[in-house]
Ligand binder design. Structure first.
Ligand code: 8YV
Length: 313
């Protein structure tokens, strides 16, 4: 029997392509020199779409694949998938929650520590011989015991908060609703910002959170604050963030996500006190294997007529 066609939107590790290829005929969109021509040709044989958090799927892609009845996202964030278009066409959407939660929280702390303690700068200081030539490096900024504010206390935000507890931090958060947690609640990032020394953004992306960390929030940050974003660039007013880095109001920042990835605003690369990461928060072999397995499990469940393990409501 012919294997169903699977449109693979973005590059996936070989182990996933092998596993997917056993069950599906793969149509690798990312290898196509002409996307539109490829979709016009292969679209009708596509019965499922495998995409990634940052790539998503728009209505035009769905229209080009009229026989696709599931979009499986390799990632938890489905903000780049047109969910209304999928719903209107009766297309199920799945994602990969939970399996990446702890990894992303680790990255938030890695970026926080790297930025505050100037780890990349220290590394360069040693490698370049500056340590031997010039003596001790400049002093950096403490992390433990500070006040951390978390924008978006979902699964990932809570995992960040658990780590912050281990660092002896006072924890506060903002979000749509107050949660049953022993942390201080503030109704908006602008209300949270002046109460904390470290602001970590972990809210889901999408229209509902676009520009949530707005200019008012950034300008309300405690002078010398440390800023970390592991959610989506869209959640933050990037122009305001850049202005706060230029003025020195934000002492250090650790950023895994940006607007216009991967062609990010080049000004970020000019800040010595900003640690940049190429949207890698879930990017360990272990977690990516778990994400691939969960994506495949959703696709298999769909074609076997079983309940989807992790549907997006
Ligand atoms: C990406 C992510 O999906 O889970 C998300 O929402 O942004 C990431 O895990 C990952 O980079 C795979 O492309």
């Amino acid at each position: 029997m012919d294997k169903p066609g699977l449109l693979v939107v973005g590059v996936l590790p070989d182990w996933d392509l092998e596993a997917l290829g056993r069950r599906f005929t793969l149509h690798l969109l990312y290898e196509a020199p002409d996307r539109a021509a490829f979709l016009a040709q292969q679209g009708p044989s596509v019965r499922a779409i495998a995409t990634k958090g940052e790539l998503g799927a728009d209505a035009a892609m769905m229209d080009a694949c009229p026989n696709a009845k599931i979009i499986a996202c390799y990632g938890v964030g489905v903000d780049a998938i047109d969910l209304a278009a999928a719903r209107a066409r009766g297309i199920a959407v799945t994602n990969t929650p939970d399996v990446l939660t702890e990894e992303v929280a680790d990255m938030a702390f890695a970026l926080l520590l790297a930025a505050a303690r100037a780890i990349p700068e220290g590394d360069a200081y040693v490698r370049s011989g500056a340590w031997a030539r010039q003596g001790p490096m400049r002093l950096t900024t403490r992390v433990w015991g500070k006040r951390m504010g978390i924008v978006g206390l979902g699964r990932i935000g809570r995992a960040i908060a658990r780590r912050a507890e281990g660092f002896g931090m006072a924890i506060a958060y903002s979000g749509r609703t107050r949660k049953d947690v022993p942390y201080a609640f503030h109704p908006s990032p602008a209300a949270l910002a002046p109460e904390v020394d470290i602001l970590v953004v972990s809210a889901a992306g999408g229209a509902a959170t676009a520009g949530l960390v707005d200019r008012a929030a950034i300008e309300a940050l405690t002078p010398g604050a440390i800023f970390v974003n592991v959610s989506r660039g869209s959640v933050v007013d990037e122009a305001a963030l850049i202005a706060a880095l230029q003025s020195g109001r934000i002492a250090a920042a650790g950023l895994d996500v940006f607007r216009n990835e991967p062609a990010i605003d080049p000004v970020f690369a000019t800040f010595p006190n900003v640690v940049l990461s190429p949207h890698q928060a879930s990017g360990t072999v272990e977690t990516r294997k778990d994400m691939g397995r969960l994506m495949l499990a959703n696709l298999e469940a769909h074609f076997d007529g079983r309940p989807l393990p992790t549907p997006v409501p």
